[in-house]
Design a protein around this ligand. Structure first.
Ligand SMILES: NC(=O)c1ccc[n+]([C@@H]2O[C@H](COP(=O)([O-])OP(=O)(O)OC[C@H]3O[C@@H](n4cnc5c(N)ncnc54)[C@H](O)[C@@H]3O)[C@@H](O)[C@H]2O)c1
Ligand SMILES: [Fe+2]
Length: 377
């Protein structure tokens, strides 16, 4: 039986090869004349911003480009984005990039209309005024941030990744163009794809899941099982790139309605303390968490095994993800990415603050999170 559910889909999603060409028409539709583009230096250097500038010029939209977003983006970066171009008085924020630029754009959109420090925005609906609308253009197939009510920002001083949660920060429009992920470096394609798989698996096994989130999670797992290897092997494979972008979108729709689990609760402090990229942290943790959770919801893991092309035995789901990690060159352990044992206690305390622990299907307390960190080390 399903948990009760409600849903509205506030995002207009446009998926199409070449969809970026629709941006001009999209802007004309919502009648905006001034836009802030939020992106990162890697994307600017790789030539992603120029075509967008041309489209905005043609559409006669005035814009500025805020280009300073870093992976695991900080409170300071958000504040810089708010202050640097305040003079333009923009009406929309366009996010071009992976989860980092999308989350900064969502937070800048809140900060512009609410005079409240970013750390005070942590949690559910901690702001009064509606944010500016956000148009999200993902360039990784991973986070699903283009449709989620979350924005994850790092408080560097406290080494803490805080999550802002509100249906009002869900982007109004998402433009999904497989051409934009065709030149992703293979290791980023791999780790971001495994972030999407972690979203789908954690959503599918979450205590807060429903028939709605299950439908999107199952399809996402199926697509990732079929296409992630092919995509990493050749990012120019259009069928694989398109399928991964859809998988990431569906996984985002799933977990937006179910929350996640221990892998995400633990991945955030790994980003806060050691700046481990989000996808890499999840990829290393996922098989450990699946193995730990297997006895709580065996029939869910049997189905995951099946969706990943294995016989429907719960343990096979774990083995399939281990093999996927190996095939894609994911580091075998947390120590391989610089994580040190002496931080486990502090990281566990932060993981326990995450709402995702409560969604995890096997009850989890401080000793269990510590043991899971040690196991993955
Ligand atoms: N809001 C949410 O719902 C949500 C969900 C999951 C993760 N997140 C957050 O998202 C962040 C991670 O985002 P991410 O994994 O997409 O990575 P990212 O945005 O940090 O990007 C990683 C790197 O990939 C490069 N890159 C991105 N697209 C590229 C392309 N097409 N070609 C070449 N290089 C490209 C960037 O320049 C950057 O150096 C984390 O902070 C995580 O906590 C948010
Ligand atoms: Fe994630």
């Amino acid at each position: 039986m399903s948990n009760p559910f409600q849903f509205t889909l506030p995002t207009k999603v446009i998926y199409k090869p070449g969809a970026i060409e629709e941006l001009g028409a999209v802007l004309a539709d919502i009648h905006v004349a001034k836009a802030l583009i939020v992106t990162d230096p890697g994307l600017t250097a790789a030539g992603y911003v120029e075509p967008i500038e041309k489209i905005l010029d043609q559409a006669q939209v005035a814009y500025r480009v805020f280009n300073d977003v870093e992976p695991n983006p900080s409170v300071e970066t958000v504040e810089k984005g708010v202050s640097v171009y305040a003079d333009l008085d923009y009406q929309v924020v366009i996010a071009l990039g992976g989860g980092s630029p999308m989350d900064v754009a969502k937070t800048v959109a809140v900060r512009v209309t609410n005079d409240k420090a970013v750390p005070d925005l942590e949690g559910a609906d901690q702001f009064e005024n509606d944010p500016l609308p956000v148009i999200a253009i993902p360039t990784t197939a991973g986070t699903g941030s283009e449709v989620t009510p979350f924005a994850v920002i790092t408080n560097r001083e406290k080494k803490y990744k805080l999550t802002i949660i509100s249906p009002r920060i869900i982007p109004k429009i998402a433009i999904l163009d497989p051409g934009l992920i065709a030149n992703l470096p293979a290791p980023i394609a791999a780790s971001t794809g495994l972030d999407a798989l972690t979203h789908a698996v954690e959503s599918y096994t979450s205590l807060y899941g429903s028939a709605y989130s299950d439908a999107f999670a199952e399809k996402a797992i199926d697509l990732i099982g079929k296409y992630l290897r092919r995509f990493v092997a050749n990012r120019q494979n259009q069928e694989a790139a398109g399928s991964m972008l859809i998988a990431s979108l569906f996984a985002g729709l799933a977990f937006a309605h179910s929350r996640l689990g221990n892998a995400h609760a633990m991945a955030h402090p790994l980003g806060g303390f050691f700046n481990v990229p989000h996808g890499v942290a999840n990829a290393i943790l996922l098989p450990h968490i699946m193995d730990y959770n297997r006895i709580a919801v065996p029939e869910r893991f049997e189905r995951i095994a099946q969706l990943l092309g294995e016989a429907p035995v719960a343990e096979n789901a774990v083995l399939a993800v281990r093999r996927l990690n190996q095939d894609l060159g994911i580091p075998a352990s947390l120590s391989d990415v610089g994580v040190q044992a002496d931080a486990i206690e502090a990281m566990t305390a932060d993981a326990m603050k995450s709402g995702n622990v409560l969604a995890n299907p096997r009850q989890t307390g401080t000793p269990e999170i510590q043991a899971l960190f040690r196991q993955a080390l």
